[in-house]
Ligand binder design. Structure first.
Ligand SMILES: [Zn+2]
Ligand SMILES: [Zn+2]
Length: 650
């Protein structure tokens, strides 16, 4: 045998090659490059697939080593830590039977059946402690191809591991593997059924936290075994873990459902039905203020406002294709004069009816219809969540009808509007362009026109964006904007779609310069999304402290005692006349108590009126966060807050 055949060559991400002995693993590759690299390596991506570090390499493989402390290798860490948790659970509860333990965002969970014992918070602490021991022991995690599947199934059954036995039976033809946990002496102390990949050893596990236990069922089937699920989060470093836990704590404080109760914002009523929102005066004021601003921004940009009915003969949704493609989200028909009518799930067909009410010429275009349109969509009750996932909501919807030549400018106009609104509310954002998917409607030329219109507009604005190749919907390329809130969480934001389907279905046309009929380009866009979702998000974004221009009550006027009441009332009225939302709080409570109340209600400004203020004809101004602002003439205060409102200061 010649020397060459005992060697293999693998390709590295930088384009270089490395020659290794035949049979070398990714670990050997790491060692051959540098001992330091080997010590940090936890796995490899081989020909695009994540694999264990000790996977043998073949000639011609493309290999990228994965080191600890990177986002890319987090999956290895979390998967391995899940097994360590299961190992710890079984060492503390020998009766525990193992089900499944997948990774999830920021961590993992694992399901167990533990007869006669419900896990408690102190159990979680004990499990954490055991996990730390296993990590410190630095057990090796070794992949093991199951040589005799039937024998292994039998073994699982004898051990009472019925779930593992069931899973292995199911995957018997997929080269099933066990992962063995081995101690320093090389003795296997525990194993689990898994396809991997995992870390090479448990010593890399340093920062995890078991969060909670909840109930689940085997195969998510209520008729099957009841299981206990432990949720955990896990990071490479203690610092990352602590930051994450802090973010969770902060997010919990900001939960819009919790703040809704504290600040009297909205409610949901079992007897009315889930997913249907009742806006209380405080939040209705916020919404009204946003809508007013929204209308103004649209008027300035040449939009026309329209209103469309909430129900329509279902023939409309036959033409639009919603009955065909969207029926599971639509409510059952209601009978009106023997015809089936439906609640509208979308505003688009309605806007098309207005467009088609007369013959349009290229001179009429672009037409920009905007509506705060209320739609009703079925969502499973399990996914409903406060104001963020509901069954009836009002979209800030708009449809633009234009010629292909006008498309780019229209998109540019929408992007400008988005930037203006999102900046006003204090969101950072990022744009994604989703292009033609594998299955699509319309011609290649149409897709090119539509996609170019979207992309060119972003390029002209020097916007940063990412391309999601093939991520468009089957009838439209689109721009999706993701928002980042005050604590860095991502929210689904504005969307823009260029529709290549509805204009065809509804025959949406205009007479061109050449005197012929042409199909109009139709753009769907929502900037705020739905008022429910947007306002729910804003509550969390601001942690309930709406900026002055949005605050339900902007100024609380507080007379110190009875003899200051008249003056206080006068000031409150003067503020109201200037359209400032002032509230006179002259309850017979101490001034400290009423100041505290106004602060708890997140009222931005308080005016305190006492003897001294009356004598000097001034007001004592307090801010909800800054405390004393100082005394000033009422006119001076008015001017100050009018400016703060006008500029929508955050
Ligand atoms: Zn695993
Ligand atoms: Zn639409």
């Amino acid at each position: 045998m010649s020397k060459v055949e005992t060697q293999i060559q693998v390709k590295l991400p930088d384009g270089n090659s490395k020659t290794l002995e035949a049979g070398a693993t990714a670990a050997d590759l790491a060692k051959a490059i540098a001992e330091g690299l080997f010590r940090k390596s936890v796995g490899a991506v081989i020909n695009g697939e994540p694999k264990d570090l000790y996977t043998p390499l073949k000639d011609g493989d493309e290999v990228k080593l994965l080191t600890a402390d990177t986002d890319e290798s987090l999956e290895f860490l979390r998967h391995s830590t899940a097994h360590v948790m299961a190992e710890a659970v079984q060492s503390l509860f020998p009766n525990a039977k193992i089900a499944i333990g997948p990774t999830i965002q920021d961590g993992f969970y694992y399901d167990f059946e533990i007869a006669d014992h419900a896990l408690t918070p102190s159990d979680l602490e004990a499990i954490e402690k055991k996990m730390t021991e296993i990590a410190k022991e630095n057990q090796r995690i070794v992949r093991y191809d199951i040589p005799d599947v039937d024998a292994q199934i039998k073994e699982f059954e004898q051990q009472g591991e019925k779930f593992k036995a069931e899973l292995l039976t199911e995957h018997r033809d997929h080269n099933p593997t066990l992962y063995l946990m081995q101690n320093k002496e090389g003795k296997t102390v525990w194993n689990d059924l898994c396809r991997g990949p995992h870390l090479p050893a448990t010593g890399f596990i340093k920062a995890f936290k078991l969060q909670k236990v909840s109930g689940s069922y085997w195969r998510a089937d209520e008729n099957k075994e009841k299981l206990q699920r432990i949720y955990a989060t896990c990071f490479w470093t203690k610092k990352d873990l602590e930051e994450h836990l802090k973010r969770l704590e902060e997010a919990e404080k900001r939960d819009h459902r919790k703040l809704a109760k504290q600040l009297d914002l909205f409610s949901v009523h079992e007897e009315v039905g889930p997913g249907l929102i009742f806006w209380h005066p405080n939040l209705a004021t916020v919404r009204d203020t946003i809508e007013e601003y929204w209308r103004k921004e649209h008027r300035r940009r040449g939009y026309d406002f329209v209103y469309t009915p909430h129900i329509a003969n279902e023939s409309l949704y036959k033409i639009s294709g919603h009955l065909e493609n969207y029926a599971e989200n639509m409510y059952s028909p209601m009978d009106i004069d023997g015809e089936d009518y439906r609640c509208k799930p979308m505003n688009c067909p309605g806007h098309i009816m207005i467009y088609k009410s007369k013959l349009r010429s290229y001179r009429d275009l672009p037409l920009r219809y905007a509506e705060l349109g209320t739609v009703y969509r079925y969502e499973r009750s399990g996914v409903l969540h406060g104001m963020l996932r509901v069954r009836g909501f009002t979209q800030d919807d708009s449809h633009i009808f234009c010629t292909p030549e006008q498309l780019k400018d229209e998109i540019n106009g929408i992007l400008d509007l988005i930037d203006s609104l999102m900046t006003t509310f204090g969101y950072r954002y990022k744009a994604y362009l989703s292009t033609r998917p594998e299955k699509y409607l319309g011609t290649d030329e149409q897709w090119e026109m539509a996609t170019n219109g979207l992309e060119q507009a972003m390029k002209d604005r020097n916007m940063d964006y990412e391309v999601d190749e093939g991520g468009g919907v089957f009838y439209a390329p689109k721009i999706d904007i993701k928002l980042f809130d005050a604590i860095g969480r991502e929210w689904q934001g504005p969307t823009i779609q260029v529709d290549l389907n509805l204009p065809n279905r509804f025959d949406v046309t205009y007479i061109g310069e050449d005197g012929n009929r042409h199909q109009a380009v139709m753009v769907h866009r929502a900037v705020l999304g739905s008022m429910e979702r947007f306002c729910g998000g804003l509550i969390e974004h601001y942690a309930g402290r709406f900026p002055l221009w949005l605050a339900p009550t902007q100024v609380a006027v507080l007379p110190i005692s009875d003899r200051h009441q008249e003056r206080a009332k006068e000031l409150a009225l003067a503020l109201q006349k200037k359209e400032i939302r002032a509230h006179l709080d002259d309850r017979p409570e101490t001034i400290q108590y009423r100041i505290r109340d106004a602060q708890l209600e997140q009222t931005p400004y308080m005016l305190v009126i006492g003897d001294k203020e009356m004598e000097d004809d001034v007001v004592a101004v307090r801010h909800r966060q800054g405390g004393q602002v100082g005394t000033m003439k009422f006119e001076e205060f008015l001017e100050k807050i009018e400016k703060e409102i006008e500029t929508k200061q955050l």
